[in-house]
Design a protein around this ligand. Structure first.
Ligand code: FES
Ligand SMILES: [Fe+2]
Length: 382
């Protein structure tokens, strides 16, 4: 057992398939930033468990989501993110749909399809909603309001005005981690490791003062700035802060399933997880700031102020090829996740006792179990 789940929950194909069906196909999935789909014909496609879905803005500027499946023989219609189009044409036999999902035309209709009723062959709708500057989709067209799903956790998130921030494109990244998606989530919500694995990289925050816990299936976490860092910020009057100076701190929630946020004093980031295989997980990071050039200047100012430099490059500075020496907390996390996943194959593997700061790990495992056993009774888990 890995606490509440057996090892095969992290390695087995059957578990993985069950999770795609019972968790990722029955909850709201992150589909990008609001501005990705902000004009008629723009679209974004996304995987939601067993489903492929795309969001498109119609000529009426309404967002709609559809299953990304041609009604002829099922070919995927759209890939990635893009700016089209007045219509959506299947690459296989050119069946063409309008932006509202209606089947417009079928090539050689008279000769090939005597009497076909195009009005019954529109794209199958899914649900779409916007929340905190992000697009979300749900495979069920009757999923209801997204606030049924995120409403209870929202008061426990940062007081950021997300819609007023802009993306900082240089911070955009996506990468694969050779570990099960739950290992990646568990690492994100493991409070115990912050002062250890990240002793050289995340000491800007006061982990001893962290407050955390689950609200329904979602995890909330916040902690204040460390005193030295707060003093450095105090000394820099012109930093592009995104919070009022009397409300500084960091909020690092993990919304179920696998939507991490890092809402800080000068940047607001997403950490979104897509399970690819039992031992492979894709992560995408995007960041919003108040103003991109001011943000770069601000980081520079803090670096030269001393504390931040010490905190970020810390005790490992100068040993670049070692992930634990990179000065990058993400590299440290990836390393820890992948090494943990490797050990699961050993017949000698056995998990030890859980620290208090690891209680979220156990609670997350319980949430996963509730979904798999059909005991999940939160709204919008259809
Ligand atoms: S599968 Fe799309 S047109 Fe044939
Ligand atoms: Fe970490």
């Amino acid at each position: 057992m890995l606490h509440r789940l057996p090892v095969e929950a992290y390695t087995g194909q059957d578990w993985f398939e069950d999770e795609l069906a019972a968790i990722f196909s029955r909850t709201w999935a992150y589909a990008g930033f609001a501005e990705d789909v902000s004009e008629p014909g723009a679209y974004a496609s996304v995987r939601a468990g067993l489903n492929e879905i795309f969001v498109v803005m119609g000529r009426d500027r309404r967002l709609r989501a559809f299953h990304n499946i041609c009604r002829h023989r099922g070919t995927q219609l759209l890939r990635a993110v893009g700016k089209t189009r007045k219509a959506i044409t299947c690459p296989y036999h050119d069946w063409t749909y309008d932006l509202e999902g209606r089947l417009l035309s079928v090539p050689d209709e008279q000769r090939e399809f005597a009497g076909v009723d195009k009005s019954c062959l529109g794209l199958k709708p899914a649900s779409v909603d916007l929340w905190r500057g992000m697009l979300f989709v749900h495979p069920d067209p009757d999923a209801g309001s997204i606030m049924e799903w995120f409403g209870e956790i929202e008061p426990h998130l940062g007081p950021h005005d997300v819609d007023a921030l802009v993306e900082y494109p240089k911070a955009r990244a996506s990468y694969n981690i050779k570990a099960n998606w739950k290992i990646v989530v568990e690492n994100y919500i493991d409070v115990y490791h912050l002062s250890h694995l990240h002793s050289g990289t995340l000491s800007m925050y006061d982990h001893a003062q962290a407050e955390y816990g689950f609200i329904g299936p979602h995890y909330a976490f916040r902690e204040p700035l460390a005193a030295d860092y707060a003093a450095d910020i105090e000394r820099n009057a012109d930093l592009p802060l995104i919070l009022p100076r009397d409300q500084l701190g960091v909020w690092v929630p993990m919304l179920f399933p696998g939507i991490g946020l890092a809402e800080g004093e000068s940047s607001w980031s997403t950490f979104t997880i897509t399970p690819l295989a039992p031992d492979l997980t894709r992560v995408e990071n995007r960041t919003r700031v108040k103003d991109a050039s001011a943000w770069e200047f601000g980081q520079q100012a803090l670096r030269s102020a001393g504390f931040w430099k010490k905190a970020v490059t810390g005790k490992y500075a100068g040993e670049d090829d070692d992930p634990l020496a990179s000065g990058d907390f993400t590299a440290e996390d990836v390393y820890a996740c992948e090494q943990q996943q490797k050990s699961l194959r050993s017949p000698w593997f056995e998990v030890g006792p859980a620290a208090r700061g690891e209680s979220p790990v156990l609670e997350h495992q319980e949430v996963v179990l509730r979904f798999l056993e059909g005991r999940a009774r939160w709204p919008s888990t259809r």
